[in-house]
Design a protein around this ligand. Sequence first.
Ligand code: HSE
Length: 441
Amino acid sequence: MSEPVRVGVVGLGTVGSGVVRLLVESADHITRHAGRPIVVERGVVRDLEKPRDLPLAADRISTDIHDVSRDESISVAALLVGGLEPARSMAIDLLEHGKDVVTANKALLAEHGPELFDLARRKGRSIAFEAAVAGGIPIVAAIGECLAANRIESIRGILNGTSNFILSTMEEEGADYAEVLAAAQAAGYAEADPAMDVDGTDATQKLAILAHLAFGVWVPWADIPRTGIEQINQELMTYAAELGYRIRLVAVAARVDGRFAMRVSPSLVKIGTPLAETRGAYNAVSIVGDAVGRMFFHGLGAGQMPTASAVVADIIDTVVGRTAITFRTTGVLDTDSPAAQIAGVEMPERFFLRIPVRDQPGVLAGISGVLGRHGISIASLIQHESGTAGPVSLVIMTHACPPSAVQQALADIDASAAVEGRSVCLPVLDDWQPASRKAEA
Ligand code: HSE
């Protein structure tokens, strides 16, 4: 049997603990895949006093990153600390000291990826990051390696397990937003700051990484328009269901006439289609490649063991040398990647509008007049009797139109005296994904 490979695990929180458990409990199986044993030599934590039930001796755990970076017996470090600092400094320290790095930190990659990848290349080391996007789904390998022969046309993904858990639980149990968010935190799905899950930041950072792998361009994640799920309530879900849809937080990136459109937004997805049937902490990614056609990936996108599954697979790939080959020979997260301008690139779509209006004569005519002036055609309309004197919801489904036309029309509508409060506008993903003409010819 070959010499064991020694690994340092930096961060023994939800994911780090799962990685240690998996490496210990599945050691035989992992040894078979790696060709030699992989042992956890050291763990690094922020707080030594925190109780931990781990198969790692207490004298192997410290608070000092140098215990991993300066230990020459360790060749691979799993960096499983969230946020930007100290994660960035730790990554630099590990790479400077010759460690290959495996990480699940998408915020770090979305913000500092090119800088860290550049350092890794200069040092002859690698960074593997399968766990950073869509948890246990091997989407980074799928796009970066398995689909490499394809020109990727589009990606649609449910990329945040916490927000999907919140939306699908609210929908199925009629539960309240705050109560379901607390359950997602207790289950270990949510980020340390759950605002990043529900405001779309986490999904947008993951989309920036996937779009880079798929299209070879680099878009700063903060440039991608994003809307979170905070405004989604039972009323919107009920109207969506009446029209045959569910609401999901969907990240979209697509080629449009030689440029790229990207966004993250709560969207209506047709009941019975794969994205609509994605529930709980599951993630889903649908991709169209020109040769392969439509593909759909589904699996747990958050949680301890699904994420640990991706981290340990990356450790094995690094140990056997697969990561080094793809890392050095491809331009992933290269500082020279061309930047893509996504501002102003429009994908005509249908929209779901919920407008709180006064229940008075002429209001409907006024609103349809504004939509008409902006070239927006109404596909269907719902107004239920309210039985009260307060505003009533007018729900409109449009035909396909440019997003900018809807935004301008809604600005006019919301400024009208007949509207009490702000309207909600959600894109509608009718066809679960356009086909590839080449693949289906
Ligand atoms: N907070 C993330 C999620 C964890 O809910 O998807 C995985 O990145």
